[in-house]
Every structure is written in structure tokens, then in C-alpha cells.
Design a protein around this ligand. Structure first.
Ligand code: ADP
Ligand code: MG
Length: 288
């Protein structure tokens, strides 16, 4: 296991209630593991504990076979972090920012221009970051987190505020990093990110994990294998009927309906989305 978390609890100093209530999860080498949950669920808190920023938690956390507390500064030679809110040197260009952060690492690093190209910022490499849009700063944030080829990457809402094209770039980049063997912990409130990226996803609400599984397994488990037929039968308003997808070709009621309906409007399978499953499992909406 690259990351192993047992009974993780956390209370912010001075707060009167606990924020994390005993989280358990393991992340394998080369896995993309997602934390999916609404705002305030405890995603950033968990990431900040995993990277050693927040101390005084309960439970045990091991990363790369060592307790998080046992790691020193060398921890950051091996892990990359992208925070929820970008913090760059605004008076420097993107390239200067990357060159600065690159100089802090003792190991081999990637070529800054190549990394900027990956996140779609090559043409803006010489622009001062002060002139960057929020989305560009987010992408620079991700570029910075991978410059030293970390073994483990922590990404807090990496596509938040990005348009679909730039979100795609970030998602493709993360998938490429997995091909290269990187382990990724990613937090998101975007079910598409969880669905497209994550090998396994944990649903988190109010400091608790409700379920952990592969998105495809969850969809199989919670999806209804049903076909819905919308049709007219000499009527003004459309009528609806549902049939099991299994054995559909031998289902006389379905075949009769196809023959007898005066007009077929639509025929749809009822695939479920991760968002629907989230609501069923947690009783909460994602977009809260
Ligand atoms: P998420 O990243 O899932 O949106 P957070 O981890 O940021 O959630 O927050 C989880 C809970 O902890 C929220 O109720 C939030 O208000 C609280 N919280 C976050 N940061 C602090 C802090 N510095 N001090 C006290 N409470 C905090
Ligand atoms: Mg957050």
C-alpha cells in the first residue's frame, strides 16, 4: 500500500466538534483514489492531514511505509501537492515560478516548458502570473505539483473553475501520470471527475466515508437494468412503460407494445449516474 489510513479523526484547534469521524481507506501503488463529496465534507482537511500540514489527528496514517509524522522535509521530495487555492508568486512569470519551485528539489525534475505544455500554458509561459485567470492559476498549480516527478500526488479539486476543455487536459494529465506509475489522491465535488478518473472512489459526507468502490462497480450495483418506452396510443399525452433489459428480445409485452403503439416516441435504457448513486447512498446532494 502507498497510503494506509486507519480510524482517522480530527478536530480543528478551538473547534467544539470533530470534523473527521474515523476514516479508513488504503490506496495502492499506481491507483487514482478519489474523495467525492459536497462542500464542507472534510476533503481538504483529509488532504491537509495526509500531507503533514495539520497535526494532532487521531488514528494512524502510513505513506510509503512510514508514519506521516516520521517523515521529515524529505517527504516533499516524494509527494506533490496541489492546494485548493493556488498560491503563486504573482510578480513572476509561470516559467519563473516553476523554475523557482524546481530549484527547491534535490532530485531530477521535469522540463518546465514541457509541463506547461501539458496543462495548456506553454503560450503563456512568459506572462506574469498576476495576469493569469483563475483557471490558468489552477492549471499552473497542477503543473507545479508534478515538476519533481512525485511518487504520490495530492490534488485538491484540480478541475474546479475550469472550462470543459481545460478540465479535460488536467484529467488526461492525471491518467498519463498513472500510466507512469504515480499514485494519486484527488478530492472533488464533480462526479464526472470521479467517474472518469478514479479507479476507486470514496463517498464522503460530514466527515464520514459512506462507501468505497470502483465507479463501474457502483453503477452496476445501483443501476436499474431497465428500458423505458415512451409512446402514444391514440392519446395526446405520452404513455410510459418499463421493461427489464434482460430477456428483452423474448419479452412478449415489449414486442406487443412495439407493434401496437400508434407512435413510438423514445426508447431509453435507464443508466444511473454516480451523482444519483451518491444521493441514494448518502441521502445528500453533491452540489450542496
Ligand atoms: P471540503 O474540502 O470537503 O469542502 P473541508 O475539509 O474544507 O471540506 O471542511 C470540513 C469542515 O471543517 C467544514 O465544516 C469546515 O467548516 C471545517 N473547517 C475547515 N477548515 C477549518 C478551520 N481552519 N478551522 C475550523 N474549522 C474548519
Ligand atoms: Mg475543499
Amino acid at each position: 500500500m502507498m497510503i494506509s489510513v486507519k480510524n482517522l479523526t480530527y478536530t480543528y484547534p478551538g473547534a467544539n466538534k470533530e470534523t473527521l469521524h474515523g476514516l479508513n481507506f488504503d490506496i495502492a501503488k499506481g491507483e487514482i483514489f478519489g474523495f467525492l463529496g459536497p462542500s464542507g465534507a472534510g476533503k481538504s482537511t483529509t488532504q491537509n492531514i495526509l500531507i503533514g500540514l495539520l497535526k494532532g489527528y487521531g488514528g494512524t496514517i502510513r505513506v510509503m511505509d512510514r508514519g506521516v509524522d516520521e517523515w521529515g522535509q524529505d517527504y516533499f521530495e516524494h509527494v506533490g501537492v496541489s492546494f485548493e487555492l493556488p498560491n503563486h508568486y504573482l510578480k513572476l512569470t509561470a516559467l519563473e515560478n516553476l523554475n523557482f519551485f524546481r530549484s527547491l528539489y534535490s532530485g531530477e525534475t521535469l522540463a518546465p516548458l514541457e509541463v506547461l505544455d501539458w496543462v495548456g500554458l506553454k503560450d503563456d509561459a512568459h506572462k506574469k502570473v498576476a495576469e493569469y485567470s483563475k483557471g490558468m492559476k489552477m492549471r499552473l498549480n497542477v503543473a507545479r505539483s508534478i515538476i519533481h516527478k512525485p511518487k504520490v500526488l495530492f490534488l485538491d479539486e484540480p478541475t474546479s473553475g475550469l472550462d470543459p476543455m481545460n478540465a479535460r487536459k488536467i484529467k488526461d494529465l492525471v491518467l498519463e501520470l498513472r500510466r507512469r506509475g504515480t499514485t494519486v489522491f484527488v478530492t472533488t465535488h464533480d462526479m464526472m471527475v470521479a467517474d472518469e478518473l478514479c479507479d476507486r472512489v470514496a463517498f464522503i459526507t460530514a466527515g464520514q466515508i459512506n462507501v468505497i468502490d470502483a465507479p463501474s462497480v457502483l453503477k452496476k450495483q445501483y443501476g436499474k437494468r431497465i428500458v423505458e418506452v415512451e409512446y402514444l396510443n391514440g392519446t395526446q399525452d405520452a404513455l410510459h412503460q418499463e421493461f427489464p433489459l434482460d430477456g428483452l428480445g423474448d419479452n412478449p409485452a415489449f414486442i406487443d407494445l412495439l407493434k401496437s403503439a400508434s407512435r413510438l416516441e423514445t426508447i431509453h435504457t435507464q443508466e444511473t449516474t454516480l451523482e444519483n448513486i451518491f444521493i441514494v447512498v448518502t441521502g445528500q446532494e453533491l452540489s450542496v
